[in-house]
Design a binder for this molecule. Structure first.
Ligand code: GLC
Length: 587
């Protein structure tokens, strides 16, 4: 051992501060579930058109069973013109022909349930597609008509009404208002404008309207009757806007929580804030909570434990916890954790703040590192600035170090999976997939790329079709080799068939971690920091039940006490834990 090496203290003497106490009480499944996000268009293609679909998901369920997840969450597969990859819904009760049929969904649900995998579907209530029947009749109807009242139509400002009703910006870039084409019956202020916090093809609904509320309760029932186990609620913090839609001078965060205003990022304060929250009169208004209390009552009419998961970019964590108070939603994505850089102190701070806020309301904390809106954590953590949060990466940008990124990503994932609470895994992270960082502009599809006039790369790079077989065309994504986005050559190294049963592969690390997590009851365990973190500020060390989780984010190795049993490791470990490596030890 060199003099700079740290030694992990012997595990008997490790009683540190207790941050979160576990419970043996009967619990709902979602409290400690590992939930796997399927992005249907990129998971598996059943019919060979190059776009993933529901039969493709069904055919690959054994991958998920083998991995050992408790549930899947599927991003939207509803009827949609696909202007925002399905987050623009034209019919909430039908499946887009791209993805299959309602019968395919029934089959997928049955096949998942047979394997003991629950199914959570996406609900998009903040806006519809402009092709939704309601918006079409609103366009055909006159200003002030009941048809328009379900959306946010307003007259413009200025004597001719040709200035937008307020100064809000779209999260995808550009103004949040679009003006209608002129009509004969327009008044002196000319055509009205409609609000869209996202793309102009995604008009915001007016949630003060009783028909909007009734409609979504009915949509919930439609899918609950089909047997889904829960809903991930898109833009859950956006449904209600401040009265009078006041101007706002602040900076609207991008869809992945980043903002162009670096000054709002406060580092790692005690409340766990990382600058991932969106503020202003369009977000996190108190009125949203009544909607979720009503939905909670709808879910409670059904047997089993059905759940509501908030996609709410809200900070601080104490504010986010209001979404998961008793009688409201069940979980909320912990984006403060996702947006924390590779920094032990910042991670310890956000972990502690997460338990503090959620324990207060009796809700489980969630953990997430990647999803379809952010740069994959394998690539994020390989950037020179490992706390950086670009909205996608261009080929001309500084490129991530692939090897370093993967090493850190595996360490980060093993740290996450060792924490009590519920964890989300985004498709492909169990294979260690990197972001596609060299997508040509003419193939990009994310509206954020277009609305920022190409200034932001957007989210396509994390949405590339999954490689299943190293030697097949399109890496086995579908029967024809077609893929809606090109896969980088490097995907050959990450194909699932190269990883199954291979010791040390990322897939086998996740599988071992999920098995140990279940066997040791870590999801509903407690967390006690281990004193002094092995003597290094760059180490995160805690006990969860009989397991010690030790993540070494520093540059020096940490020596393990002799005779300690290593349950799972994110990289090669002998008698020391190298840099950027996490281990689970039997303590
Ligand atoms: C959410 C989704 C994102 C989508 C946006 C608009 O943030 O996760 O993919 O673009 O809402 O629906």
């Amino acid at each position: 051992m060199t003099s700079t090496q740290q030694t992990a203290p012997s595990t008997e003497t490790l009683a540190g501060a207790v941050v979160h106490v576990g419970s043996e009480a009967a619990r709902e499944w979602w409290r400690d579930a590992v939930i796997y996000q399927v992005y249907p268009r990129s998971f598996a293609d059943g019919d060979g058109d190059g776009i993933g679909d529901i039969p493709g998901v069904t055919a690959r369920l054994d991958h998920l069973a083998r991995l050992g997840v408790d549930a899947v969450w599927l991003s939207p597969f509803y009827r949609s013109p696909q202007k925002d990859a399905g987050y623009d819904v034209a019919d909430y009760r039908d499946v887009d022909p791209l993805f299959g049929t309602l019968a395919d969904v029934d089959e997928m649900l049955a096949a998942a349930h047979e394997r003991g995998i629950r199914v959570v579907v996406d609900l998009v209530p903040n806006h519809t597609s402009d092709q939704h029947a309601w918006f079409q009749v609103a366009l055909a109807a006159a200003a002030g008509s009941p048809e328009r009242a379900r959306y946010v139509f307003r007259d413009g400002r200025g004597p001719a009404g040709d200035e937008a009703p307020n100064n809000w910006q779209s999260i995808f870039g550009g103004p949040a208002w679009t003006r209608l084409a002129p009509r004969e019956d327009d008044g002196p202020l000319g055509p009205q404008w409609y609000l869209h916090l996202f793309d102009s093809s995604q008009p915001d609904l007016d949630w003060t309207h009783p028909e909007v509320r009734a409609e979504f309760e009915d949509v919930l029932r439609f899918w609950l009757d089909k047997g889904v186990d829960g809903f991930r609620v898109d833009v859950a913090h956006g449904l209600v806007k401040a009265d009078g839609l006041p101007d706002w001078e602040g900076s609207v965060a991008m869809v992945d929580g980043t903002t162009d205003d670096e000054a709002v990022d406060p580092g790692a304060p005690e409340d766990g804030s990382t600058g991932a929250g969106r503020h202003g009169p369009m977000f996190d208004q108190d009125g949203v909570h009544e909607i979720y209390r009503a939905w909670h009552r709808v879910l409670a009419e059904y047997d089993g434990d059905r759940c509501l998961v908030a996609e709410a970019w809200v900070e601080p964590l104490s504010r986010l916890a209001r979404y998961v108070r008793p009688g409201e939603m069940h979980q909320a994505f912990n984006f403060s954790f996702l947006t924390t850089g590779w920094d032990a102190a910042a991670l310890r701070s956000v972990i502690a703040a997460s338990y503090r806020a959620n324990d207060e309301v009796g809700a489980p904390t969630t953990w997430v590192l990647s999803n379809h809106d952010v740069v994959r954590h394998t690539s994020r953590l390989g950037l020179t600035d490992a706390g950086g949060r670009p909205n996608g990466i261009f080929a001309t940008d500084p490129q991530p170090d692939e090897e370093l990124g993967l090493r850190r990503a595996r360490a980060a994932s093993l740290l996450m999976l060792g924490l009590p609470g519920s964890a989300y895994v985004y498709q492909g992270e169990e294979l260690g997939l990197p972001e596609h960082t060299a997508l040509p502009a003419d193939l990009r599809q994310d509206p954020a790329f277009f609305r920022t006039l190409g200034a932001e790369a957007g989210r396509d790079g994390c949405r590339v079709p999954i490689p299943w077989s190293a030697d097949a065309a399109g890496f086995g994504f579908g029967p024809t080799g077609k893929t809606w986005l090109p896969q980088p050559e490097s995907f050959a190294r990450y194909a699932a068939d190269l990883q199954y049963g291979v010791a040390g592969s990322t897939f086998e690390m996740y599988r071992a971690a999920l098995a140990a997590r279940r066997a040791e009851g870590l999801g509903h365990g407690g967390l006690a920091w281990l004193d002094a973190h092995a003597g290094s500020p760059d180490v995160i060390a805690f006990r969860n039940r009989d397991v010690v989780v030790l993540a070494n984010l520093g540059t020096e190795p940490v020596t393990l006490p002799s005779g300690v049993e290593v349950l799972v490791a994110s990289g090669p470990v002998a008698d020391e834990v190298p840099s950027d490596t996490t281990v689970w030890l039997r303590a």
